[in-house]
Design a protein around this ligand. Structure first.
Ligand code: G
Ligand code: G
Ligand code: MN
Ligand code: NA
Length: 249
């Protein structure tokens, strides 16, 4: 309940900030970063988004916070080479708000960033309801040139009809399947099948939570397009992204 009250003022007090985790095309090209929201609470310390985003959603704060995240991430991407993208996670409330496409169009225009440098990540849970509206929303974003990723793929409900009906550019395989890739033949079969399925549909694949070089080698052998995880790079503060880019080929 205290968190709830202080979240209302966190944005104006500058307590929210973004970290950026590198997205790597094998073997080692940086192709972009995923923006990850953090809250530095003056008393409690760093609070992860899994804790405060549900509160923000329940209190109707996520629209404003989400708009701030989008603008912040786009402004940061302008400081990078123009070939690099920035991926932003969308909460269900943002996606279903009915104002998302206007908000996004307005922000990329105000910031002056090319639409195809912005990637929006949504999870399957968002797509469960109001399917026709959701297709409209995604198609509108797509027409603007914005890229759409299906995040945490493989968990939750994973209906193949999503792949048939929604215009995804990228599928992000949940770290749950990557974690035991070295020892679990079922995870290997599932990941290999997801990669082949996506490629057959012209969708690129990102593996999340890559932590070991054995996992990376296996994913590269199976033609995974992009790797993300602590092996490739932990989430970085905004200033550190510049150094990371200069050090990467
Ligand atoms: O970085 P971390 O593993 O703590 O992120 C936990 C979860 O929070 C992930 O599911 C991630 O998608 C989500 N998340 C991170 N940043 C944002 C954000 O800016 N907006 C939304 N809606 N979710 C975010
Ligand atoms: O749900 P989403 O994929 O948006 O969130 C990604 C989350 O995974 C972030 O919270 C990020 O901090 C976390 N993460 C990134 N790389 C790794 C990793 O290599 N291992 C683990 N366990 N978590 C990771
Ligand atoms: Mn994500
Ligand atoms: Na994910």
């Amino acid at each position: 309940e205290n968190l709830r009250r202080s979240l209302r003022t966190a944005l104006e007090r500058g307590e929210l900030y973004l970290e950026y985790q590198p997205l790597i095309r094998p073997p080692s090209s940086t192709i972009g970063f995923e923006a990850l929201l953090r809250w530095r609470h003056p008393d409690v310390g760093i609070i992860p988004p899994s804790v405060f985003i549900p509160i923000a959603e329940a209190d109707g704060l996520m629209d404003e916070i989400g708009r701030w995240v989008l603008e912040q991430a786009c402004r940061q991407a302008l400081k990078w080479p123009s070939s690099l993208t920035v991926a932003v996670n969308l909460s269900p409330a943002q996606f279903l708000s009915g104002t998302l496409t206007d908000t996004v169009a307005q922000i990329i225009d105000a910031v002056g960033i090319r639409a195809d440098r912005l990637e929006l990540e949504i999870t399957e849970t968002v797509l469960l309801e109001r399917t026709i509206d959701n297709i409209d929303t995604l198609n509108t974003l797509n027409v603007l040139g914005i890229r759409i990723s299906l995040d945490d793929f493989g968990t939750y409900y994973s209906s193949l009809s999503y792949l048939k009906n929604f215009p995804f550019d990228t599928l992000k395989i949940d770290q749950y399947f990557i974690a035991d890739l070295e020892t679990d033949l079922k995870s290997q079969t599932i990941v290999r099948s997801i990669i082949n399925l996506a490629h057959g549909l012209g969708i690129s694949v990102t593996a999340e939570g890559v932590e070991t070089s054995a996992q990376a080698r296996w994913l590269i052998k199976e033609n995974c397009d992009c790797l993300q995880g602590n092996l490739l790079g932990r989430p970085l503060g905004a200033e550190a992204t510049g150094d990371f880019i200069r050090r990467s080929p």
